[in-house]
Design a protein around this ligand. Sequence first.
Ligand SMILES: [Zn+2]
Length: 593
Amino acid sequence: MIRLLLVALLVAFPLFAEPPDLVVVISVDQLRFDYVDRFAPWFTERGFKRFTREGATFPNARYRYSTTFTGPGHASIGTGLLPAESGILGNSWFERDAPVDLARWDWYFDDIAPYRPKHITLTPFTAEGDWWWKDGGSPMYCTYDARVSVTAGKTIGMSPANLAGDGLADRIKEKYPEGRVIALALKDRASILMGGRRADAAYWFDYRVPGFISSTYYRFNPEAFSFNALIPGYLPASARWTPSPYIPPEEMQRATFDPPEAWPLKNNTYGGTFPHPVPHVRAMTYTPFAHRMLLDFAQHVIATEQLGTRKGDALFVGISSTDYLGHYYGPDSMEVADSMVRLDRMLGDFLDAIERRFGKRVVVALTSDHGVQPNPEIVKLRDPHADAGRLDVRTPDAKARFISDLPPARVEIERALAKKLALRFDERAPLQHALVYFFEEPGLWLNWKRIDALGLDGERVRIALRDVLRAMKHHGIDDVWTSTEMLTPNPHASRVEELMRASFRSDRSGDVLIALRPGWMWHWGSNSTTHGQPVENDMRVPLMLWGSGIEPGVYDVESSPLDLARTLGALMDVDAGGRTSRVLPCVEGRRHH
Ligand SMILES: [Zn+2]
């Protein structure tokens, strides 16, 4: 009788209503939309093709905001919230109302130091009187938290303290308190922001340790760190990265644009072409050997935490090394091609292991936090007249003293702005007299102390700066807005303006915000290429789901990684996601709703 009742219940509530035993979200950092198709001829059937063959794919997936960086991307994947909702506007931003915080400034200068020859460690004694020591204000890194400390190494404390909303995992933990949520990646911001505010654990990598670390914000599990003893084993025995045989040499040319003239135009830290030296763990993080290390660590965590045995278990995996090497070598390089075909095999092994352990009781989503633009100098190899380049308006280093120490484009801005405001301009004036104080993508912050001292109207200066920048078309500037404009409704806003608004928050955004044209990027002093603009190459990424509760197919609808939180939430019977986040039509039983 009871058995009959059970059968009746199963008929009334079909199997798809049963949540999966484990939710797995994989983010491949800097996986541009075209990679899965472009490298498909050299893929196996076990990796990416498991999604395209047995799962649901969304070829029209794009981010719905302008700041296409790792921090906002992973916050969006984990929460379904726009940067304006989650507060994670970028990898870092400037907080005008914060006190002068030496730790935060030191982190900022240290972070940009690899590109700066003159880095000097800050101390309170020497800091006062330097250009950046104003009335107040400090840069903020998206996952910085002074109240916690890391489990190993010497980096700053990290937590989701800056994340302003609940994520998918938070809602899952509310409904299934016994569930366990773990996030891991090489990058702290990828791991922490995908895991949300209540993750049991988040792990990231410090090559100086070397090993995976966490912070005191999370539950401490020494078993996880036992993996660190294995890390030296991931260094190739040859101490080199040479191409795999998966793409035959005669076909490599078809998959890439990487002639010898392009090699010196890449980031040459580890050489411009194969073989790349891999003498230590840091170098390894710029190779596919680190993809393998990360996926093996994910399996180690599944096993030691017995993920999939409690209702509400979830695992967030961020493969970060794809981004590190993608920045160095660019989307058209042989290195990215080899990285992708190797990753496909490693992903295949990971998915095989998951299938062996869980059968079809698991759901796996795969996406990326952003795409990437080609290196502008390599674009110009192909077409010398291409509209591509870099704009250098960097914040100067800690010891810069005069306006003339600024990058030339910043001096040009100061000169034009002074002219527009009928002020005297002197390149040899101290940096404290500059009208623009700080740059962090995509905004400039004004020097309000100076503006007050000159008795200028702040709004007039904002508008003047906007107009100066709008006139700088030769630097790749597409459009510029003031923060006041961002705060005023505009029913006639362009698509790019809407994307910019979705990444705006008055307490964390600059006084003017700049969008560059497709092909252009901010210059950080190296040959690396980058992303971060509201352009197709940066916004469009793969979005694929496979497993329990997923109706296979190719879904041509407009979609976004922002939809994952609400979609996976629907499978887990929880409400997650922000104002643009929708349930994707691949959820079984939802197709015709
Ligand atoms: Zn990224």
